[in-house]
Design a protein around this ligand. Structure first.
Ligand SMILES: [Zn+2]
Length: 394
């Protein structure tokens, strides 16, 4: 009885309140749409026990001078976005899209450059954000191509977009380096750690600028990252250029990351695709390692470097466990043509094209096809993919 009484009083109180709030103060116009209260959906009361965050990752965004010349507009700005139009939907639709920005946005006032010391127009930052990239790695062998000033300029450009993108891998202070970057999506948290084998012999002015591979540093970083987030990703810049298989250093560090219970390793630097595999850490933890995604874009003149890839998968979190599912590798071809047919020094019309959409007509138009023995062949590239990437990921 007591409960009923209290309930009645409570309901009276509630209805009294709501009638005061909702009572119309004037008669609505006949044109006005009067919204009827919606019936509560039954499904809303069922709490989904599983959260899925989709991921899409690509390799080296390697901006040779031919690439930025192609992106240049007379008005003075650079628009790289058309180059990526065939993967734009995949980038946009992923909850988290990742890219390795291989070349530094070192300062627009310093003049742009390609190989060997790259300086990429800062318009690239806004372009990648517009495309929908969420995580940009800035830790690789070109991070110091434009020195400390270039690194700091790069940080300043990316900071304009810090609401939309996590740029990490280059640091302005010890405190900055020591702060584990964490992002959150639908209540699931992710840390992104970054390491490079070197910086092309250029010494940083301070030890915190870039993370070089170092077991003690890695152990410390991963331990802290695991406390802060559900999943730990590592961007690893490593390996032998042009090699299709990991070297001993890659194998050793991949095992260390697995032992430390890292969840995903996103490798790049070889400019070739390398295997994807699960490796087991000493605690039994399974780590997904993508040894190298190859190039996303580049103007190199070796056919082996013009086959790259994108990896997609779902991070899955339930109350009991965390998992990575639906891993798929999508091979891509870096297409370019010659504005003067037969002259490799007139490279233009850059475009990232999925291998499954590549055609004999495009093969014929590719400026590298037939140049110094290079062959751009869909069939040959598919054979490489079949050889390197295990069937379960294709
Ligand atoms: Zn590299």
């Amino acid at each position: 009885m007591k409960i009923t009484f209290l309930t009645v009083i409570f309901m009276f109180f509630l209805s009294g309140c709501s009638s005061v709030v909702e009572a119309p103060t004037e008669t609505p116009d006949k044109d006005e749409v009067v919204e009827m209260p919606e019936e509560p959906e039954e499904s809303a009361e069922i709490i989904n026990p599983e959260t899925r965050v989709s991921f899409y990752g690509v390799g080296d965004n390697l901006i040779h001078s031919y690439v930025y010349q192609y992106a240049h507009h007379e008005e003075g700005y650079y628009d790289f976005k058309p180059i990526y139009k065939n993967i734009a939907a995949d980038v946009e639709s992923a909850d988290l899209a990742y890219i390795n920005q291989e070349t530094v946005l070192g300062g627009d006032d310093r003049g742009f450059s390609g190989y060997p010391a790259f300086n990429t127009p800062s318009d690239m930052a806004g372009n990648l954000v517009e495309l929908g990239f969420d995580i940009v790695n800035g830790s690789n062998n070109h991070t110091l191509d434009m020195g400390t000033t270039g690194l700091l300029n790069s940080l300043a450009y990316w900071s304009e977009y810090e609401e939309d993108v996590m740029f990490t891998g280059a640091f302005e202070s010890q405190e900055h380096r020591d702060t584990i970057p964490v992002l959150e999506k639908d209540g699931v948290t992710f840390s992104v750690l970054t390491y490079t084998y070197g910086t092309n012999g250029i010494q940083p002015d301070a030890p915190y600028r870039v993370n070089y591979f170092n077991s003690d540093l890695i152990k410390n970083d991963v331990a802290r990252a695991k406390e802060l987030s559900d999943f730990v990703m590592v961007a690893a810049h490593w390996g032998d250029e042009h090699a299709h298989y990991p070297n001993q250093m890659q194998l050793d560090y991949a095992q260390l990351f697995a032992d430390l219970e890292v969840d995903v390793i996103l490798g790049s630097h070889s400019h070739t695709i390398q295997p994807i595999e699960w490796i087991t850490g000493d605690s039994g933890h399974e780590t997904l390692v993508i040894y190298s995604l190859g190039n996303l874009i580049a103007a190199t003149i070796s056919d082996v470097n013009l086959l790259g890839g994108a990896v997609s998968f779902d991070f899955v979190k339930t109350e009991e466990e965390k998992a990575i599912e639906n891993i798929t590798f999508e091979p891509i071809v870096i297409h370019y043509e010659a504005s003067t047919p037969g002259n490799i020094n007139t490279r233009t019309n850059f475009e990232v094209i999925k291998l499954k959409d590549y055609t004999p007509e495009l093969e014929q138009r590719h400026a590298l096809n037939g140049h110094e023995g290079n062959v751009i062949s869909t069939e040959k590239y598919q054979e490489t993919v079949d050889e390197i990437i295990a069937e379960e990921f294709r």
